[in-house]
Design a protein around this ligand. Sequence first.
Ligand SMILES: Cc1cc2nc3c(=O)[nH]c(=O)nc-3n(C[C@H](O)[C@H](O)[C@H](O)COP(=O)(O)O)c2cc1C
Length: 264
Amino acid sequence: MDRAQAFHELLNDHRSIRSYRDDPLPDGLADRVLEDALHGTSSSGNLNLVSVVKTQDRARKARLCELHYDQPMVLQAPLLLTFCADTFRTREWLALRHARPGFADFVSWHTAAFDAMILAQTTALGLQSHGLGICYMGTTVFSMRAIADYLEMPPNCLPVTTLVVGWPSEAPAQRDRLPPAAWIHDERYRRPTAAHIEARFAQREERGRKRYMESSPEMARLWQEHGISSLAQYYTSKIKYDPDQFEVFSADLLALLRERGFLG
Ligand SMILES: Cc1cc2nc3c(=O)[nH]c(=O)nc-3n(C[C@H](O)[C@H](O)[C@H](O)COP(=O)(O)O)c2cc1C
């Protein structure tokens, strides 16, 4: 099979996996995939402003599971990879070489955080190419301070995302995405009209709503209790991405960036 076809199939086979078998990964596989991923991912200034913490110990996974809002897969999967935006190591190197100090500002946070995210995605693809399942943990952002402290991170180093990794024990259907017309623009950004929004969100809205309704009787009850009648309303409701809660998280994140030396 040619490489383009293999890559097309790898991407089409992608599913977030939320249920895992107990079996461990073969020795050394995660490290090999991580090393390949670092080589195969562009790196801003080739500074490699990233660190990855592997967690396999059950007791430590149990604590991280709490910090990830008790998402059961965190405990179930044999491996957790916490990807960190890390300018600490580079700053230590600068100091040792009597270079001018740097990378303790918001731009460096932004750069390191994006480097960590793109490394995570390459790692995800590498792991999936071995038949492993992965799921990102967005809760890393909400519990950033506690995870950083639990994993003993120094200043100028913060976790940006986590992958749970293991052998899948489920085979979920592919999730739909917005159609190309919704997000690919020729030459310049074309603002969608209300009619465009209607048309381009129709399928996702219908399928997303149906999936949530069918996911559990509890979810259907919650939608009713919160007066939710569409997927859009669900997303900013109290039970999904509550804007009031996000305001609190945002203030915490800014305070944390300041405290850990990422805002000068
Ligand atoms: C940054 C990021 C954070 C995510 N956080 C979570 C999470 O905390 N829990 C979860 O079950 N899925 C999480 N996901 C997975 C998404 O829900 C999933 O990618 C999306 O529903 C599309 O499904 P698919 O990956 O199977 O195509 C996250 C995905 C990303 C990219």
